[in-house]
Structure formats: structure tokens, C-alpha cells
Design a binder for this molecule. Structure first.
Ligand code: ZN
Ligand code: ZN
Length: 819
């Protein structure tokens, strides 16, 4: 049992204060030193403070940062706050205060808690995205995008969340629901909005993935999100106008029996005939009123528009339907339906009794569509061709008639950045009565958010009359400011670059500094960001490289996604379930070192885990034992066995930390502690132990390091080196044999005890060549079993062996006799 009082509060506060006073984690660029840029995803400073997910992910970041620092790298490990955004605005309104005060208070509280965790940030580089000195550069990037034709304004069908009271980007709509409101259906509205032309970078975004050290799953999600597909664009004549339609299956063109235009298509009503108008309008009303769930139940729905299309390959006249299952802004928002060879079209055709015409031979299509390739039938001159050949030939035939062409299509949409909310970056645009859309000049930046606004209905900026009224930057006439703000994902799309030069007032950042520190070597954050933030940050990086500001085009070379820490009942932590473990409570009860150690002990950090108070207690006891041990340990000469063990463990621990198997590293550190607390050790071994434990538990180890008489900070010490020649595999083998023998002995003891007998003597019979291993370890076997122990070689004629246990002895498997 631990005997020393573990005054973790005193120890932790003492070292946090000293680290901060001496600014030991502040860094400068130094071309002579190898850099390492460690970054955890930009946190939103929630008013509720740190939750366990934060404590976990930032501890992982800190372990990496401390580890790389000790390995000799010049480590940049900054922190800042993604402090603009709807949650802060809503929370402020609820609390009856303004978002700025609310956010500043939240940040103060957040920082206090972060400091209490002992994370080794370079605080001098802090950024807050709601500072106009920061969002000035969001506006600057907007102007650059505009200049390069990558920012544009367009009327388009957009996703509107009635709860957020703003439009959302495509990336923020998950299965038809708002990403913030899992229970709220997104509505489609037609509005004039600002977009960033991220599609211009679709191929670069796709190809760049190959060279990244990211989880395969993350890369796959991005590839699917970008969704590149090769196909043919075919012009269908609809009521005298050409409509280009994209398909990946031109080989099925003879099987087209109807067309489907998206019910949300902005030009839908151009195709609706008078007689059908009422029906179409009723259909649209119905779509609006049904919930997503009901929509799933009713399945593919549609209504005839009254218009017909002409199939360019055979001149057939086919009806055009409006349907709920076609995306308005994918391709042309209309598809050619081939019910025989597309399951979705098949279901639609069955429902509305439309013809189904098989044109690819294969399975019977009575029950369901045949979607695979095959040989063409019912396809005129193309009969007998294989699907792949037919795709080529049919496309060529259409090209010849100038009615078709090969085309590459992407699922990726342009990024809708307009938001009808207050707490975001103002878009630097003026609408002039004469000139129209006019960008603000760079000199006028930042366009600051007005502080006095009214919250209530709608966008508070729209009613900030004084702020809106301005002069046109071009002609000086009356103009009005854009009242939409930018999606807050713009703030997190380049923040990592501002850390390298956060106080620069003249430039977004210094090129040299950015090219020294960046890209990020290790980026850590949750998988929910893969198709949002991680697409945007890659896009911005590529754009800034094209502006000539960067020499690299990927923001993060390596990316790690941590698992989720669930409540002790295995459920998601939530106040209503009463299963929330708060980091600050745990720090107060057991200390930050204990919490840090426990968080990486539950399971492998990439896996979801369950909060377990027992593990926390176990971690706390372990640290107390370490404290006990160092308060009275005396050093001697190096024990070769310990040295061998130490070096082997150092090697393993390095690999474990590099591979985010921290749970395994912790097991090894505990093994080393068991070994050193059982035998005499030298000072170097003891210090190496502290160094390795340090990255997980920085405070207690810093304290003990100084107790040993060291003057420098352990945080800045060198990681112990592996001395290969000191690793003796023989020792390891012997240890394993002894361990197994002890297990066997304990099993036999249990059997005897269960019979109600007691034992006091242990006899071990071994092969002559193994006798040395056992005589060397006789003391420790005796101590561990609490038995009077003797060992004999099987060849020893004078041995005591009443039950002839020496007969069955095998290599590594001794005979055991107890009495
Ligand atoms: Zn919402
Ligand atoms: Zn003007």
C-alpha cells in the first residue's frame, strides 16, 4: 500500500506555474533544427468548459508533442479557439448576453481547465477566430477567391434549417437532416447566396489523398464525397430545347422509357404543362409536409409534368416526370430512367405503370432490375456488343451527331458559404445602386461586426441599419453592406497557418515561417470532420499554394482519429442519462496526471472506450506507488538484467507511441516499474523510467526528477536512447520460464489448498542445463510463493523426490512437488 501522501494539487500547480513562467514550450523557427508540427483540431470554446472528449483528444496531442520534443524535434504545439459560430450566438441569446462577452468568458474558463491538464502549448501563439485581427484574413482570402473567380454569387436551391434559421452547406446535411439538429428536416429554398468554387479543385483533392498517411477509411470517405465518375453526357430534346443528361450507362440508352427531373429543380416549372400544374404543385406541397421518415416509407414518388423528351439514339418520345429522388444540383438535375437496369427506376416504373424494356441480357427482370454489364439486346445496330464496347460505340455515334460527349462528373458541390446569422465573419461586399456587387478594398479590412445589434427574429445584421449603410468603394455612391456572414468552417480552414505568425498585422503570415513549420506533421481530431473541415482545409491549402504563399499543397501529412469515451454504462455521455464524467471533477479528486494516464489506459486510443472509475483508481494508485518508491530509493550499480529489460522496453514504447498504442506503452512502463522496484537499480535506469512516464504524467515525473537533484526541466530532457547491445534475449527467455513456472506452482498450490491441506515447501526438478536459471532466481521464487524453495537437477542422485516428479521434466517445463 502507498504510504506517502500524494499531494497532486500542490505538485501539479507548482509545475504548471514554473513551465509557464519559464516559457519552456514557446518555440522559434530554426532552420538548423528539424521541426515537428503537432496540432489538435481547432476547439470551439463551449460555455460548459472541457468535456471528457476534449480531455482525451488533447491529451493524445500533448503526448505526441512531449514525445517529439524529447526526441529532439523543434516542436510547434499551439492552441486557439474556433470562437465564431451559431452555438455561441444561440447560447448568448439564451443567457441574455451578447456573443462576444459570452465567448470571451467561455475562453477564459476553457483556458483555465486546459492549463490544469498540463498540456504543453505554446500559449504565445494563441488565436481566437472572433478577433477582427483574425477574421480580417478570412475576408482577405474571400477577396482573393473573388479575384481568381473562385467566389461567386448565385441563386440556387439551398438547404435551409428552420431551427438554425440559416442555410447549410451540402456537407452539413446528413441524411436530409441538419448536422446540428438530428431531428430537423432540411428544407429546400431558392436563394441568392455566395459560393466558393471548391469543385475547381476536385481532381487535386482526389489525387492528393494517395500520398497522405491518413486512416484508409478517412480517405475512402473523402473519395466518395468527391465522387468522381466517368460517363457520357447525352442531349435530350425536351419540347424544343436541349437538356444535357449525364449517365455512366450509355450502353442502356435503348432502354430509357422515361425521364425524371428533380422536384427541387429551379427550372421545373418550365417543363410543367398547364394541365399538369395543379398536380405538380400538390406533389411539391406534399413533399414539404412529409417528414423524412414518411418519405422513406412512401419511397420514390413522382408526378408527370406533361412534357416529353426525344431519345436522341432512336427518336422515341418519352414522358418527363418530376421526382423526389433526383438531386437538384447533381449534373443537370435530371436523369434518364432505365427501369430494366436500375433498381430505383424499376421501383418507380412499377409504381406508375411505366414500360420496362430490357436491353442488356442477363437475369430475368420480372422481380428486380438487372444492374450489371452484359450483352446488348433490343438495341438496334448495337445488338451483340458487350456493355463496355457499347459504351464506347454509342458515345461515338452520339458525338458524331453532336448529341453527346464523354464527361467526367463529380458529386462534390461548390461550397455554399453564406449564413444568415450574426456571429460569423462579415462578407466584404458592398451592393452599389449603380455598380452592383463591389468588393471592399483590402485597405478597408477588417469589416468588423457591429457590436450593437438586436437579437430576435431573423439575421441581426439585416436590421443593423447604421452598419449596413455605406459608400460604394468604386464610385462613392450609396451602397449597402452584405448582411450574410461566412460559414464558420472558413475560420478553421487556414488557422493552422496563422499559428506560425499570429501577430502579423501586414500579412496573413510570413511565407518563410509557414514553409518552415508546415505542413502539420500530426493532426488529431474526430472522424465527424472528414467530409467537412478536412475537405475545406485541404481546399484552402491548395488555393493558398496557388497564390504563391505556400510550397506544399496538403495541410496535414498524418491524421489520427480518436475513439469516443462513453459513459460508464457504455452509452454516450449525456446529462440526461446522468453518466457524465467531468474532467475537472476528476482532476480535483485524483489529479491531472491520473486522468491523463487513465484516459490512455482504457483501450487503444483509436477505439471507442467506456469510462471506468476502477481504471482511474488503479492509475492513481500506481502513481502513488511511484511516488513512494522514489522517496526512498537508493541507487547502486547497473543490473544487467534490468538494463536489458529497460532497453527492450524503450524500443517497444517508442513504437507504441508512434503508432498510437498508448495503452500498450503504459503496460510496458508498468512492467519496467515492477522490475525496478524488485531489484537494485542505477540512477540512469531510474531516470529513464521517469522520462518515459513523463509524456503521460508530466507533473509527478517533473517533481521526482527534481527530487533526484536535477536542475533542468524534465520536459526538455532527451528521450532515453536504445542501447541495442545491452538487450540480452537470454534474460528475457529466462524471465519467461520463471514466470511460467510460478504460474504452474500457483495452480498446484490452489489445488492442494482446495483440498484443505496447507503447504510450506516447494521442490523444483529441472534439466541440468536449466539449473543455472533456477538457482539464479531461487530467492525471488521463494519470496513470491512464500515457500521454502529448493531446486534439483534431474541428474542429481541425492535429490528429494518422493513422488518421482523428476521423471516428466521437459525443456522449460520443470517438475514441481509441494508439501
Ligand atoms: Zn439546424
Ligand atoms: Zn458604385
Amino acid at each position: 500500500m502507498p504510504t506517502t501522501k500524494y499531494n497532486f494539487k500542490k505538485i501539479e500547480q507548482k509545475w504548471q506555474k514554473k513551465w509557464e513562467e519559464k516559457k519552456i514550450f514557446e518555440v522559434k523557427e530554426n532552420p538548423k533544427r528539424k521541426k515537428f508540427y503537432e496540432l489538435d483540431m481547432f476547439p470551439y470554446p463551449s460555455g460548459a468548459g472541457l468535456h471528457m472528449g476534449h480531455a482525451f483528444v488533447f491529451s493524445l496531442g500533448d503526448i505526441s508533442a512531449r514525445f517529439k520534443r524529447m526526441q529532439g524535434f523543434n516542436v510547434l504545439y499551439p492552441v486557439g479557439y474556433d470562437s465564431l459560430g451559431l452555438p455561441a450566438e444561440n447560447a448568448a441569446i439564451k443567457a441574455g448576453t451578447n456573443p462576444k462577452d459570452y465567448t470571451e468568458n467561455a475562453i477564459k474558463n476553457f483556458m483555465k481547465q486546459q492549463k490544469a491538464m498540463g498540456w504543453s502549448y505554446d500559449w504565445s501563439r494563441m488565436i481566437k477566430s472572433h478577433d477582427s485581427s483574425y477574421y480580417k484574413w478570412d475576408q482577405w482570402i474571400f477577396l482573393k477567391m473573388l479575384e481568381k473567380g473562385l467566389a461567386y454569387r448565385k441563386r440556387a436551391p439551398v438547404n435551409w434549417c428552420p431551427k438554425c434559421q440559416t442555410v447549410l452547406a451540402n456537407e452539413q446535411v446528413i441524411n436530409g437532416k441538419c448536422w446540428r439538429h438530428e431531428d430537423t428536416n432540411v428544407e429546400i429554398k431558392h436563394l441568392e447566396q455566395w459560393f466558393f468554387k471548391i469543385t475547381e479543385y476536385a481532381d487535386e483533392l482526389l489525387n492528393g489523398l494517395d500520398k497522405l498517411d491518413w486512416p484508409e477509411n478517412a480517405k475512402k470517405l473523402q473519395r466518395n464525397w468527391i465522387g468522381k465518375s466517368y460517363g457520357t453526357e447525352i442531349d435530350f430534346d425536351i419540347e424544343g430545347e436541349k437538356w444535357p443528361i449525364f449517365t455512366t450507362r450509355p450502353d442502356t440508352i435503348f432502354g430509357v422509357t422515361f425521364m425524371v427531373i428533380s422536384a427541387y429543380h429551379p427550372r421545373l416549372f418550365e417543363l410543367v404543362k398547364k394541365k399538369q400544374k395543379e398536380q405538380v404543385e400538390n406533389f411539391l406541397k406534399r413533399l414539404k409536409s412529409v417528414s423524412e421518415k414518411e418519405l422513406e416509407e412512401i419511397g420514390k414518388e413522382g408526378v408527370f409534368t406533361g412534357s416529353y423528351a426525344i431519345n436522341p439514339i432512336n427518336g422515341e418520345k418519352i414522358p418527363v416526370y418530376a421526382g423526389n429522388f433526383v438531386v437538384a444540383d447533381y449534373g443537370s438535375g435530371m436523369v434518364m430512367a432505365v427501369p430494366a437496369h436500375d433498381q430505383r427506376d424499376f421501383e418507380f416504373a412499377k409504381k406508375y405503370k411505366l414500360p420496362i424494356k430490357q436491353v442488356i441480357s442477363g437475369e430475368n427482370i420480372k422481380e428486380k432490375a438487372y444492374e450489371r454489364a452484359g450483352i446488348l439486346i433490343n438495341s438496334g445496330d448495337f445488338n451483340g456488343l458487350l456493355s463496355d464496347e457499347a459504351k464506347e460505340h454509342i458515345t461515338k455515334a452520339l458525338e458524331f451527331k453532336k448529341l453527346g460527349r464523354k464527361k467526367v462528373q463529380y458529386k462534390l458541390r461548390d461550397w455554399l458559404i453564406s449564413r444568415q446569422r450574426y456571429w460569423g465573419t462579415p462578407i466584404p461586399i458592398v451592393y452599389c445602386e449603380k455598380c452592383g456587387i463591389v468588393p471592399v478594398t483590402e485597405k478597408e479590412l477588417p469589416i468588423k461586426l457591429p457590436e450593437k445589434v438586436k437579437f430576435g427574429k431573423g439575421n441581426p445584421l439585416a436590421s443593423a441599419k447604421k452598419w449596413i449603410k455605406t459608400k460604394c468603394p468604386k464610385c462613392g455612391r450609396n451602397g449597402r453592406r452584405e448582411t450574410d456572414t461566412m460559414d464558420t468552417f472558413v475560420n478553421s480552414s487556414w488557422y493552422y497557418l496563422r499559428y506560425v505568425d499570429n501577430k502579423n498585422e501586414k500579412k496573413i503570415f510570413d511565407k518563410k515561417k509557414a514553409n518552415y513549420w508546415c505542413p502539420i506533421n500530426q493532426y488529431i481530431g474526430g472522424p465527424e470532420h472528414i467530409t467537412m473541415h478536412l475537405i475545406y482545409i485541404r481546399f484552402y491549402t491548395k488555393f493558398l499554394k496557388d497564390l504563391g504563399l505556400l510550397k506544399f499543397d496538403e495541410p496535414a501529412l498524418r491524421y489520427f482519429t480518436q475513439g469516443i469515451v462513453h459513459g460508464s454504462d457504455g452509452e454516450k455521455m449525456s446529462k440526461s442519462k446522468g453518466n457524465v464524467a467531468e474532467p475537472f471533477d476528476i482532476i480535483n479528486k485524483y489529479g491531472a496526471d491520473t486522468l491523463r494516464l487513465a484516459l490512455v489506459s482504457f483501450a487503444s486510443p483509436d477505439k471507442d472506450t467506456t469510462w471506468d472509475e476502477k481504471v482511474v483508481l488503479g492509475s492513481h494508485k500506481f502513481l502513488n506507488k511511484v511516488l513512494d518508491y522514489f522517496s526512498e530509493c537508493k541507487f547502486g550499480k547497473a543490473d544487467k538484467k534490468i538494463e536489458s529489460k529497460l532497453n527492450k522496453l524503450i524500443k517497444g514504447i517508442i513504437l507504441d507511441i508512434e503508432n498510437f498504442k498508448h495503452n500498450l506503452a503504459v503496460i510496458k512502463i508498468r512492467q519496467l516499474f515492477d522490475a525496478i522496484s524488485e531489484s537494485k537499480i542505477d540512477r540512469k535506469t531510474a531516470e529513464s523510467f521517469l522520462k518515459m512516464l513523463h509524456v503521460f504524467c508530466p507533473h509527478i515525473t517533473e517533481e521526482l526528477w527534481h527530487k533526484l537533484g536535477n536542475k533542468n526541466f524534465l520536459s526538455l530532457e532527451k528521450w532515453p536512447e536504445v542501447e541495442e547491445k545491452k538487450i540480452n534475449e537470454q534474460f528475457e527467455k529466462e524471465e519467461k520460464i520463471i514466470e511460467e513456472t510460478l504460474n504452474d506452482v500457483n495452480n498446484v498450490i490452489n489445488i492442494i489448498k482446495n483440498k484443505g491441506k496447507s503447504v510450506s515447501k516447494l521442490y523444483i526438478y529441472v534439466l541440468p542445463n536449466e539449473l543455472g536459471i533456477y538457482t539464479n532466481n531461487l530467492d525471488s521464487i521463494g519470496k513470491k510463493t512464500n515457500l521454502n524453495t529448493k531446486v534439483y537437477s534431474v541428474a542429481d542422485k541425492s535429490k528429494y523426490d518422493p513422488e518421482n516428479k523428476s521423471r516428466k521434466v521437459k525443456p522449460g517445463k520443470p517438475g514441481i512437488y509441494l508439501e
